[in-house]
Ligand binder design. Structure first.
Ligand SMILES: *[C@@H]1O[C@H](CO)[C@@H](O)[C@H](O)[C@H]1NC(C)=O
Ligand SMILES: *[C@@H]1O[C@H](CO)[C@@H](O)[C@H](O)[C@H]1NC(C)=O
Length: 410
């Protein structure tokens, strides 16, 4: 009798431990989602550190990893109205990413122009910055090289994109009133990029994706990228692509090398404007923007050097695309203000009759220092080409037309 009851209790205990397996840790959950999608996170040496940092983001606020996985509750909550400024262009740089990319954002040291190290960043510094301007919500994205920190290394590029997106989702779920995010995509690897796109948008709750101006030297209209654009455009509803400039590459003797023709300055200064022009012209002449009509674009720095190139290219060698392209630039293109773009540069863009309702506010934090950002803000406020109401729209309302039901408003 006694033996029997011991056996019974052992049986019960063993069964109970099988049924109530300890809940998976955040690290294990992330790893199991990755392995389900065929991604080996362990190809990156610092993956254990990265997973611990992501888990800490949740644990610091006691947020469940799965919380917000369902699409609706994943939507960020945005305070609406005048004075609640919306920043569509800002960057997260967790310490682990700074360790991988000591010169992110095209700040490669070269010539007498120097180059500067990837800035230190954290959530509390970002929130303190937002308060100085009156920003109530920021969309976080990674700057160049984003997931392409390991040029030519497919496995590590795919793993890094996943880790970046898990980290961004952790920030957005932990601080849903303050942050939402644009997901990183591991192009040029098209099939894996489609997998990551679906995971980031459908499961992690990304409000859009961040593409680099080029991925391993290939601009966004590249022929073999078309299946990616098809998958994106077909996800259902409006899709938002924020494009960020990155280091240009040149193929020399079958080797890709980072290019900085004017080596007296870091690449971000002038080459980033050229990169924006190159990739949007590529998307235009390959007709990517014409064929995929659910897809909207956020152009950094009110388009960089792109607007100045439009007539030169489309009135000389692609005249058949002129009218239709301008129509797209006026409807599905949205132009962020990051950099000292007001008020000389903006005049060139508005000369193409771009509606003022498509102008957005962006800061580029933490790459632009607080003094320059404050001066940029003052320049918008002083710009004679917008009425007071149009300025309020730019800061606090136009984004609602772009994001629509991807955000909750309060
Ligand atoms: C956050 O970043 C700021 C700015 O670099 C730095 O001064 C501060 O010490 C950091 N805080 C933490 C907790 O790391
Ligand atoms: C867009 O469609 C046109 C035909 O209308 C085709 O010539 C072009 O290659 C397509 N471009 C892309 C990127 O799908």
């Amino acid at each position: 009798m006694k033996t029997k009851s011991v056996l019974v209790s052992v049986f019960i205990a063993v069964t109970a431990s099988l049924v109530q397996a300890a809940p998976a840790s955040i690290e294990d959950s992330i790893a199991s989602h990755a392995s389900r999608d065929g991604i080996a996170l362990s190809v990156i040496d610092s993956t254990p550190t990265i997973l611990a940092a992501i888990a800490d983001t949740y644990r610091d606020k006691g947020v469940e990893y799965t919380q917000g996985n369902r699409r609706r509750s994943a939507k960020p909550v945005v305070r609406r109205g005048v004075g609640n400024i919306f920043d569509v262009h800002s960057h997260a740089i967790p310490d682990w990413y700074r360790a991988i990319t000591p010169f992110a954002g095209g700040n490669v040291a070269s010539g007498s122009g120097g180059g500067f190290a990837t800035p230190q960043w954290n959530v509390s510094a970002h929130m303190a910055f937002m308060d100085t301007i009156g920003i109530s919500h920021s969309v976080l994205g990674f700057t160049g090289p984003s997931a392409n920190a390991y040029f030519g290394d497919k496995a590590r590029t795919i793993a890094l994109a996943r880790l970046i997106n898990e980290q961004l989702a952790a920030f957005a779920r932990t601080y849903p009133d303050t942050f939402s995010f644009f997901a990183s995509i591991p192009l040029p690897y098209v099939e894996e990029s489609i997998t990551e796109l679906k995971y980031a948008v459908n499961e992690l709750g990304a409000v859009g994706i961040a593409l680099m101006s080029n991925h391993e030297g290939l601009y966004l209209g590249y022929d073999l990228f078309t299946p990616f654009w098809e998958a994106l455009d077909g996800l259902g509803g409006r899709q938002i692509v924020y494009v960020h400039p990155t280091t240009p590459y040149l193929k020399v003797n079958d080797q890709w090398i980072p290019a900085n023709p004017y080596f007296e300055m870091d690449q971000s200064r002038m080459e980033f404007y050229m990169e924006t022009a190159r990739t949007f012209m590529d998307l235009t002449v390959k007709q990517t923007i014409h064929n995929f009509t659910n897809t909207h674009f956020v152009l950094p720095h009110v388009g960089g050097a792109f607007p100045v190139m439009i007539d030169r290219v489309l009135k000389t060698m692609h005249t058949d695309l002129y009218e239709a392209s301008l129509e797209i630039y006026r409807t599905r293109f949205w132009w962020d203000s990051a950099s000292p773009t007001y008020f000389h540069q903006i005049g060139g863009l508005l000369a193409y009759d771009i509606p003022k309702g498509n102008l957005l506010y962006g800061t580029d934090f933490p790459f632009i220092n607080a003094a320059v950002t404050a001066a940029d803000f003052e320049s918008i406020m002083a710009y004679p080409g917008l009425t007071d109401e149009e300025k309020e729209d730019l800061l606090s309302r136009n984004y609602q037309q772009l994001f629509g039901d991807k955000l909750h408003f309060s």
